[in-house]
Design a binder for this molecule. Structure first.
Ligand code: ADP
Ligand code: MG
Length: 492
């Protein structure tokens, strides 16, 4: 019988780093790290074969999958000495996506799965930390509601903001256990309103709901678009990793962060990254709190910082490339949740490749292969003189949709762009967003600036294709009738 589910935990895994096609990059590297003795929370990975069969068979799983998941879940419960849904001491898991090629943020993840009205009380009592327990439950309802049940996420955000306002606090961390109970009640109401059902209380139903959503996210619009843009083809699909939770939201001795073994923008051989205390998962990239630099972790917990430095060195040596890692600290204990070869700028790619040859980590031939055509392309674009950056006045920021530097007079329409360029002027096209009929004006512009739209917006995609510098999603830029306003500055 085919094997669909691969366990990792307790220093040994059924998979390894050579199995990316089957376990996805995330699953294969979690297995590899487990085998290396790096502290990774145990779990199991459902293979990409299941995803392939799921879509071949009208979204039905292979017949033996349920039994195999049950067996591996039992194994995980035995190892963790906790049971999913146990009303006194529940096991909580995350359900994570991950294809052979990394598609950061494009697919879905659900954290804190296994909580319900009873288990949350058990967790509060068992940990003697009600605030943490209710915070985890409200996070779970929010994530599961959004990702699995299709409830608009802004309604949750609105409810959370409401409770914060009524308590006159600005940070999530300032909410007490009782405040969070109120948030949970509001959240449950939102779920009921949209799904006409109560929030699912059975952990097995929750688990299969989450697994289905992650496999489903392989074919969501943004994932398809991302594969198209990045020319990612011939993959079987995503794997699904079910992993025991560790909690950065436990309290002030806990936290979560992202780090790189070298600086991904300059390539300098310096430890680089950010973290947030008393936070979980995507708080680092999303939240309203500003993360701290990784070096500040040394002041908070020297032992954890030193251990993290050791691990990043170990991982970089083993994978022989710059690593991008996720970590969580729970009550002063460090866990690694992900590692992958880090994305980098063209400048960093060259610096890292050359440095690694000098460090005798890779050969010259490998170094050349590490620098892609896109990296070279990036390096050949004009850029702002690094010496000038220190004194230049930054008007606003947006997304780095397409690299390079551009200079020209502002135009507001594609027609004006074409007209002015014919007159011998250089122009920068500024718009709320762009659409296919703007293409003529986009081609002749030195650069493009949009106030809305992400990295996959029309402006961003077209600009990248043409090699034209583009900043998209510069939300502070208010585009009016032939005038833009950026805070106090008006430009005509
Ligand atoms: P993505 O592929 O979008 O990065 P991830 O599966 O890596 O999604 O998860 C999103 C966030 O949740 C990451 O910050 C990750 O570290 C965190 N996370 C995932 N699983 C766990 C877990 N078992 N315990 C604690 N945090 C987790
Ligand atoms: Mg991740």
């Amino acid at each position: 019988m085919a094997k669909y589910v691969y366990f990792f935990g307790n220093g040994k895994a059924e998979g390894d780093e050579t199995m990316k096609a089957t376990l996805g990059g995330k699953g294969a590297n979690l297995a590899a790290m487990t085998n290396m003795g790096i502290p990774v929370p145990p779990g199991f990975t459902i293979s990409t074969d299941v995803c392939e069969e799921f879509y071949k068979n009208k979204r039905k799983y292979p017949a033996s999958l349920e039994k195999e998941v049950d067996e591996q879940l039992k194994r995980l419960e035995d190892l963790m000495k906790k049971r999913l849904g146990d009303p006194e001491d529940p096991l909580l898991v995350s359900v994570r996506s991950g294809a052979a090629v990394s598609m950061p943020g494009m697919m879905d993840t659900i954290l804190n799965l296994g909580l319900n009205d009873k288990a949350v009380e058990g967790l509060a009592k068992k940990t003697n930390n009600p605030r943490f327990a209710y915070d985890s439950y409200r996070r779970f309802i929010q994530m599961y509601g959004d990702v699995v049940l299709g409830v608009p996420h802004d309604e949750f955000e609105h409810a959370l903001a409401q409770v914060k306002k009524s308590k006159k606090v600005t940070l999530d961390t300032e909410l007490t256990a009782d405040d969070l109970k109120k948030v949970i009640e509001l959240y449950k109401g939102i779920v009921k309103k949209h799904t006409k059902k109560d929030f699912p209380q059975n952990p097995k139903d929750q688990l299969w709901g989450a697994i289905g959503a992650v496999f489903g996210s392989w074919m969501n619009e943004r994932a398809i678009k991302y594969r198209e843009l990045n020319n990612i083809k011939n993959l079987k699909g995503t794997a699904v990793t079910v992993q025991s939770m560790v909690f950065g939201n436990w309290g002030d001795d806990s936290g979560t962060g992202v780090c790189f073994s070298r600086d991904p923008s300059t390539g300098a051989n310096e430890f680089y990254g950010e973290f947030l205390m008393n936070a979980q998962g995507e708080d680092v990239v999303a939240g309203i709190r500003t993360p701290e630099k990784i070096s500040a972790l040394a002041k908070k917990n020297k032992a954890v910082y030193d251990q993290l430095v050791k691990i990043k060195n170990h991982l970089e040596k083993s994978f022989r490339d710059m690593q991008d890692m996720e970590f969580t600290v729970q009550q002063g204990v460090l866990y690694i949740l992900q590692t992958r070869n880090g994305k980098r700028t063209g400048q960093a790619a060259v610096k890292i490749a050359v440095d690694m040859v000098n460090e005798k980590l890779i050969s010259k031939e490998e170094a050349i292969m590490r620098v892609t055509a896109e990296h070279i392309d990036q390096l050949l674009h004009p850029m702002i003189d690094p010496k000038a950056i220190k004194t230049a006045k930054v008007l606003t920021k947006g997304l780095n949709a397409s690299p390079g530097a551009a200079c020209g007079q502002i135009v507001f329409t594609a027609q004006d762009a074409e007209k002015w360029v014919k007159e011998g002027k250089k122009v920068v096209l500024v718009r709320k967003d762009t659409s296919p009929e703007d293409i003529g004006g986009m081609v002749v512009s030195e650069g493009i600036l949009t106030s809305t739209g992400g990295m996959t917006s029309h402006a961003a995609v077209v600009a990248r294709g043409m090699g034209t510098p583009c900043v998209s999603g510069a939300t502070e830029v208010l585009v009016g009738n032939k005038i833009i306003t950026i805070k106090e500055t008006k430009l005509k």
